[in-house]
Structures are given as C-alpha cells and as structure tokens.
Design a protein around this ligand. Sequence first.
Ligand SMILES: [Zn+2]
Length: 427
Amino acid sequence: MSERVQRSSADEWDQLLVGAHIATMRTGGRAYGELPDTALAIKGERIAWLGPTAEGRRLAANKNIDVQDLQGLWITPGLIDCHTHLVYGGNRVAEFEQRLCGVSYEDIARAGGGIQSTVRATRAASAAALQESALVRLRRLMAEGVTTIEIKSGYGLELSAERRLLEVARDLGERLPVSVRKTFLGLHSLPPEFAANRQEFVHRVSGPWLDALAAEGLVDAVDAFCENIAFSVEETRQLLAAAKTLGLAAHVHAGQLSDMGAAELAAQWGALSADHLEYLSASGARAMAAAGTVAVLLPTAYFTLRQTTPPPVALLREAGVQIAVATDCNPGTSPCSSLLTAMNMACTLFGLTPEEALSGATRNAARALGIQNDVGTIATGMRADLAFWRIERPAELAYGLGANPCVGVMYGGRLRGELLRTAAVVR
Ligand SMILES: [Zn+2]
C-alpha cells in the first residue's frame, strides 16, 4: 500500500489506538497472531488500519483524530460465547444438591427433573422476568470482554414459549452493546404433553413452529440435542433437513453422553458446529473436518457433571477440526457465566493450549456461528469489536481462575467499560 493511499485513508479515521500489543488471532504468523507495539485505526464500526505505533502517530498527526495511548495494554478480538442457553426461568440448585448426593443426570431427567423442570419454570415466566434474570448473566459475560453471544431457545418447547425466549434473546442484543445470534433449539427435550406422540412433536418443531419463527426473523440457526435421553439421529435429521430448506444454519448437541453418530450427521448436513463431543469416533472427527464443522467444547458442563471422559482433543487436532470453547451457560449442567473460566477449564481439563483456548473464544467461535468474516479476528475491514486487557501475555486469559483482567471493551468502534480511566487520553 502506498503512503499516499495510507494518508488519504487516515483522513477518514475517527480514532487511533496506539501503544497496544495486539493478539489478532489470525493464523499463519506469530503465536496468537501477535503484533507488538501496534496502532489500530477505526472508522465508524470497522477497523480501518493496523501498523506500527510510530507510523500510526505520523499518519494521524495534525488531523482531527482521537488518539489514545494504551501504554502496553493487550487487545484481543471481542470474545464470542458461541453456545449458551442464557435465557430461562428459575434455576436448578435443588438438582445440584441431588447430584452431589449421587443421583445421575439421566435419572433426574427420567424422573421429570432436569430440562423439564426448567421448562415448567420458563413457561410460567413473563418476558420481563426472563429478560431480567438473563441480563445478570449477560452482563457478567460482557464484563469479561464478550461482544457476541449465541443464545438458544429450548426451554419453552411450545411455540409461544419458544417465541418468547427468542424475542428476549433478540431484545437483549438491542438493549445492550452485544451481538446476539439466535438459535431455535426445538429438539431439546420431549415435553410431557407429547410423551405419547414423539413423532408429532418432531413434526411440529421441524414444520410449522420452525416456519413461523423463521418467518418472524427470530431464527439464525437450529439446534437439536441428539442423545439417547433426548432425540435420535433420525429425528435430528428431520430438523436439519427443514432448516436447510429454509436456508438456516445448524448446530447439533452431539456426543455429550454417548456416541450415536451425531457428529457425522452434523457434518453430513453442513452444520456450523457439533457441540460437546466427549464421545466422538475417528470417523466422526474426519467427517467434521471435511465439512468444516467446528467442534465446540463445553468444559464447564463436563466439570459440573463430573464427567470423566474428556473430548478426544488429539483426534480433533489430528483430523484438522477447528476447536471452539463456550460456556454452555444453562441452569442445569453449566451454571457458568464466565467464558474465561471455560477457557481455563478447556486447558486444565481438556488439555487445550492457552492459544487454542483463546482461538476457541474468538476466531473459531466466530466460525462456529458463521460470522468469521465479520468478527473473531483483528484485521482491516473487520468489525471493531475489541477487548482490552491488563495482562503480560495472552496465555494469562486462560490462566487465572476467577480473575478478570478485562479493562475495557469496544463494540462496533464505541468504547464501553473502564478503558478511559486506565489509559491516558492524548490528542
Ligand atoms: Zn447446550
């Protein structure tokens, strides 16, 4: 790029951040895509330029541009939590106690607890109550640098309640500076009123309910809990087929408790992600790699359930599957609203490297949501969704337990958080 072009584009910059260490999370260069002592220019909602601090200062000199010296702060892409059930009624603290007294997740589910108890509480909750409780969790995630979150329905399991969950998810994104991707998890659990008629439920979810919610703009993707205590491969296939017809993306809860071939199914239908994957065969991993289906690992659910078989990370690496990490924030199996904690557990419990964990909460999480051309890495043209950290090196983000070194967040070029109080502002 010639100097002349750079100068003309500098005239259009709104702001320039200098003196930052940037973990771009782009591949092919240094670890974490690191750019030391870097300047980052922003125009509107987008990143306009990246280069050495001295060069950035020179280009911005004598122009009406806000210049902030970050004095060695680290910048990463805004974090992306690509698998949550953030919106729900009630909580499941009683079952937490039961499980600690030796009752299994499957037994609780078969006895009408588990997901069904949250379904009852969710159906009874107003939109306002759902939003209020979800806001608390969302704010915690955002305080850790999350700028994009996926939110699944699935605790309504009747059209009106599923719609309410998806509307609350949409409204959260309109109310707060965070991007929300809405997933219709129609096949989460069989509601009791359909206990004698599974086929009819699957038919409604995949047919009229999905059609209605998609027509209302409430569905970015579908999801199914493909598991022996939930829905079969064939039932899941019906929903994936319907989604494909409507041009919607898909995720699949796969291999959490057993390997039913759900990962192969997800790959076969071009799902963006297969999630959990504690039980995954080599053929499943190969199919995912070939299809570009991302493996979303959910270590805080594994931790909460005290599972003992971790996902086959070596197999995923060997096959070339992209790995993401998410909170699975939900009241039963992962009451976790800390993506940094999920990253820590992805390292300590699953053996991911800290760089893999951070890639999993940025670049690969974006891929798992199909938005990798917009967010998840730091490069010219990408959305200026950024997290600012007072750390010595990026591995620190996966290192601390209960630590939150986030000192600020930028969403679409606008700062929120405390950055202004912790870094010098110069003109
Ligand atoms: Zn889940």
